[in-house]
Write a protein that binds this ligand. Structure first.
Ligand code: BTN
Length: 243
């Protein structure tokens, strides 16, 4: 397994992408002690001080491109499994791929793909896991948490152990049941954040393609393949059997 360690990088996703373009093999993994321009989803910054686990892994999937959306929830499954093995903690999953412990985010995942004209291409899965003695900014303390686990490299190897099995896992799809059971928000009221609007609805299920099936308050139903939800408006007692 080709794992390359750096002290400081702008973004491990960027370095992994450069190496992918110059022909690196599948599962190449780039690790940094800290990032100066860590990126999150939807153009957000991902604050990455020393102490956390920041790494990006290159995949070269042979599945049709319209199946690649499944790699994002699969990556969340892989991190959750690794954390469960090493710490005994079983994080909740907030669709698509945030991991939460006691309601606070401890891991974010950024998937970035590149396709060439022949339909080949690659996928970079970037992981930011808050562990150890990270000094997270005070402004994040309401929403972000940190797991008291100190062996970063063992954690990365464990995540890779699950990621490397993706071809078999994508055939059997058993992992999706485990993913669903970690989605504590299913059956609850969530806020769906779309590009130009925010709407409340009941989160019903995760489909076989990894989409979130939602029933909005005006009774419109949708299967969202990407996007984001907020659990701040989530309520425990909103499951309705007629949905
Ligand atoms: C999110 O929560 O919005 C996704 C955060 C992903 C952060 C990781 S840290 C390693 C990799 N490099 C980046 O610039 N981003 C990802």
């Amino acid at each position: 397994m080709d794992i390359r360690y750096f002290k400081t990088l702008a973004s491990t996703n960027d370095t992994a992408k450069e190496l992918a373009v110059s022909g690196a093999k599948e599962f190449l993994t780039v690790v940094a002690d800290e990032q100066t321009k860590g990126r999150g989803r939807m153009g957000r910054e991902f604050v990455s001080p020393i102490g956390g686990a920041y790494f990006s892994t290159l995949l070269r999937p042979t599945q049709p491109f319209d199946r690649w959306g499944l790699f994002t929830p699969f990556a969340a499954y892989a991190v959750r499994r690794a954390l469960l093995d090493l710490t005994g903690v079983a994080p909740d999953i907030k669709w698509v791929n945030d991991l939460l412990v006691e309601g606070k985010k401890i891991c974010g995942i950024l998937a970035e793909s590149s396709l060439d004209k022949k339909g080949g291409g690659f996928l970079i899965l970037g992981f930011g896991i808050n562990i150890g003695n990270q000094n997270l900014p005070a402004a994040l303390s309401e929403t972000a948490g940190c797991l008291p686990y100190h062996d970063r490299d063992a954690l990365i190897r464990r995540v890779l152990f699950y990621l490397c099995d993706y071809r078999r896992q994508m055939q059997s799809m058993h992992w999706l049941d485990e993913y669903r059971s970690a989605c504590a928000f299913l059956g609850k009221r969530v806020e769906v954040i779309e590009k130009h609007r925010r709407r409340f609805g009941i989160a019903l299920d995760i489909t076989e393609t990894g989409a979130l099936s939602v029933c909005f308050e005006d009774d419109e139903r949708a299967e969202l393949q990407g996007g984001e939800i907020s659990l701040r408006g989530a309520q425990a007692d909103t499951f309705r059997h007629n949905l």
